[in-house]
Design a binder for this molecule. Sequence first.
Ligand code: BDR
Ligand code: CA
Length: 311
Amino acid sequence: MATKLLLDCDPGLDDALALLLAHGDPDLELVAVTTVGGNVALANTTRNALQLREYLGFFEVPVAAGAADPLVKLPETAEHVHGAEGLGNVLLPAPTLPLSELHAVDLIISTLAAAPGTVHLVATGPLTNIALALQKEPRIVEWAASFIIMGGSYTRGNVTPAAEFNIYVDPDAAAIVFAAGWEVVMVGLDLTLQAVVNNEIEKRMRALGTLGVDLVAPLATFWTNPHDNEWDGQALHDVCAVAYLARPDLFTSQSARVEIETKGEFTSGMTVVDFHDEMPNALVPRKVDVDGFWDYVLGAWANVASRYPHA
Ligand code: BDR
Ligand code: CA
């Protein structure tokens, strides 16, 4: 039986490719998508999710919109990374299927409540929706089959020296989520930066045909880091979180206690990771088998690509 997941996301270049992975791997079953303001404003992340549902073909999967703004902080977006609309320079047809009438928080709660212990929760944006869901229904901690995020790091940030984007945008939500009493699988920057889209991977993406040329490669190569002289390609952070759910065997992980800095003048949004604490609240994937990762991800994307005419 396929592994069921609900993906809470802010598409977003790499969120879009994470959706493609969740849809393309026959061993995964995407049961719901919820959106949050993050990389771009909520209206854009939601429209992008709706467009991707129809372009990629997961028509039956509900898409619900969630929180536009972080719990306490003012919103900060990343158009300089993801483009003005959130999908780089990819333009998709306008959606025709409706948005769910439920708020994302209620879709998260009702999806997990309907089948306790069977749906995995994966969050690849700021953790606002998850924190609100926990406040409204703390039993989701028991109902989620597992909880995986893309966020944080144990060495460095990408928005500030200390903080990774998803945690930086809503540290108050992250603090609630990490204190909730479940194990947070924290797929952070130290892990995601191991698998970058170099020229060889881009070639393999384009070889997928129309889907690869029109969607995958443009999303995966849109951003280049002007501050990194040794730039070897974009990391597909959020894809790693979905890959972890499907193929934890590709990762080497370690338990840790993770606390969220919410107040620091220079460190707000930092994930303070202690691999030696005796009261762990997180599992931190630290190494990925990079070749195995790409073989798995490109193979799953190929399942969707084969339904498109070759470029
Ligand atoms: C994370 O922030 C966003 O820009 C990406 O979509 C990813 O979720 C990486 O720091
Ligand atoms: Ca994201």
